[in-house]
Design a binder for this molecule. Structure first.
Ligand code: ADP
Length: 477
């Protein structure tokens, strides 16, 4: 899969997820709005019912008055009889809010108005108002906390708040919120001039409305997070696979390249041996036979390296642990590489600082580890290699440092050099052959020996690979 296609998929999925998020938010918003509409309707039903009952109450009182009880009601001038052709509908006060206008469309039918000089708070039985409100709220299934008040247009202040008369000198703390509330209904709406509204507000309204949608909200959020997580993971895997596949292609190219030279050499040597001019010369035959043998050995070594790695991958290897002297191994490895280093007019030396160089380990593998590191130190020092191997005793073991003054590497490379097949692309300038297997083998071996490997390197300045071998492998198992 190429980068363009991956980019396209990321784009499409991101857009789809964003769209999904937007749709979900819209759905939740709509659901909130519907809930709020329902809430509003119920509140107005309650308010209307309470206002009706209060008015009805007064009408009954007035009937009593007509029958001789004097409670201070006076007929409205011009009204031919005392109340009331009352139709049972109380029209809420229009306070100019558009939201409310739909509740305000009920017609105000013709009435014979009651009028009274009594102040509003005296026309209402506060206990009854409180009780009616609670009853009607309960009828509508409200369990939410609420506060209410009755505002007198004449006094220009709240005269009743939460079941108590309000002293004009001491306004209630609920007043600002009651004033701002949209839930109002005009009381005694049949008066020529309605004396004021009953207002209610619900301090927990917002959380109540949220309460009905929060599960949807959280659920949708979680699902979207899950999708995003899986999406991110998939992309991560795609990129990792892509990298692995690139590294494998590199590996195959390298491998082919590495085999091509010995195959060509062997082919040439075989041709020569079979040619009549050389076949008769035993010296030349033996020289070409030697070349064939050497090239064969080289190929064998390459195959061996790959096989070893496969074994390590399958954890299909066993260490033949014996007591070994690291100084001996280092000494031999330095000697092996010195020929190649000197060819480039370089220098390789060992500084044996450890007083106790004995460790437990597999001689072959530990030799391979040191050889690999020296090989790299030489390979990645394009001019005059300057390589030092230093040993030192550290708590419980021996530390071996392989230091070079070569091309070094940046932090990104430092993070990955121990990955299988990883190679820094140095370009044609330092086109060094390799499979990208050496350091992953070294790392695997150090782990198998309960040791440790660290790298310190700076681009252009050189690298140090620091190995730690514990004296005892078996005990620390
Ligand atoms: P190979 O040498 O076959 O490419 P390795 O696993 O040995 O594979 O090394 C992985 C990569 O680490 C190398 O390609 C190289 O870029 C980098 N590297 C290893 N050793 C050194 C070093 N001494 N100096 C600079 N770069 C190094």
């Amino acid at each position: 899969m190429n980068n363009q296609r991956i980019g396209l998929i990321i784009g499409v999925i991101s857009t789809a997820v964003l769209g999904l998020m937007w749709l979900q938010m819209d759905l939740i918003r709509t659901s909130m709005r519907v809930n709020e509409d329902k809430f509003d309707k119920q509140v107005f039903t309650v308010l209307n019912a309470v206002a009706d009952r209060i008015e009805e109450e007064e009408r009954i009182e007035a009937e009593r008055y007509k029958n001789g009880y004097n409670r201070g009601f006076f007929p409205q001038p011009g009204a031919n009889s005392l109340p009331v052709s009352f139709n049972g509908i109380n029209t809420p006060l229009n306070i100019g809010s558009e939201d409310q206008s739909r509740f305000l469309n009920q017609p105000s039918l013709g009435f014979n108005f009651i009028d009274t000089d009594e102040p509003l708070e005296k026309r209402i039985d506060i206990g009854e108002l409180d009780e009616y409100l609670r009853q009607e709220l309960l009828n509508q299934g409200f369990a939410a906390a609420f506060a209410y008040g009755v505002y007198s247009n004449e006094a220009e202040r709240f005269v009743i708040v939460n079941g108590k008369k309000v002293d004009s000198a001491k306004p209630s703390s609920h007043q600002p919120r009651l004033t701002a509330s949209l839930y109002k209904v005009s009381l005694f709406n049949n008066d020529a001039e309605p004396p004021g509204p009953l207002i209610i507000y619900f301090p927990t309204k917002e959380s109540l409305l949220w309460g009905s949608v929060w599960l949807d909200f959280v659920g949708a959020g979680l699902c979207i997070l899950l999708i995003l997580g899986c999406f991110w993971y998939t992309i991560h895997i795609i990129f990792r696979q892509k990298k692995v596949s690139e590294m494998k292609t590199d590996f195959i190219n390298n491998m082919t390249h590495e085999f091509k030279t010995p195959i060509a050499t062997i082919s040439l040597a075989a041709d020569s041996i079979t040619s009549s001019r050389i076949a008769g010369d035993p010296n030349k035959v033996s020289r070409f036979a030697n070349i064939i043998k050497q090239e064969n050995k080289r190929m064998n070594n390459q195959v061996e390296k790959v096989l070893q790695m496969a074994q390590i991958d399958k954890r299909d290897f066993s260490l033949k642990v014996t007591a070994i002297n690291l100084h001996d191994i280092i000494h031999r490895a330095v000697e092996n590489i010195s020929l190649q280093v000197e060819k480039k007019s370089g220098l390789v030396r060992a500084e044996f600082g450890a007083t106790n160089p004995m460790v437990e380990g597999d001689v072959t593998h530990i030799s391979n580890v040191i050889n690999n590191l020296l090989d790299n130190a030489n390979k990645y020092s394009p001019e005059k290699p300057d390589i030092t191997v230093i040993s030192a005793n550290k708590l419980g073991g021996v530390e071996v440092t392989v230091r070079d003054q070569g091309i070094g590497m940046n932090s990104e490379a430092r993070k990955h050099i121990f990955d299988k097949f990883y190679r820094v692309h140095t370009g044609n300038l330092h086109d060094v052959k390799g499979f990208g297997l050496g350091l992953s083998y070294v790392k695997a071996m150090m782990t198998a020996h309960k040791g440790n490997i660290e790298v310190k390197s700076e681009l252009g300045k050189g690298s140090s690979f620091i190995l730690f071998f514990p004296h005892q492998v078996a005990d620390s198992n």
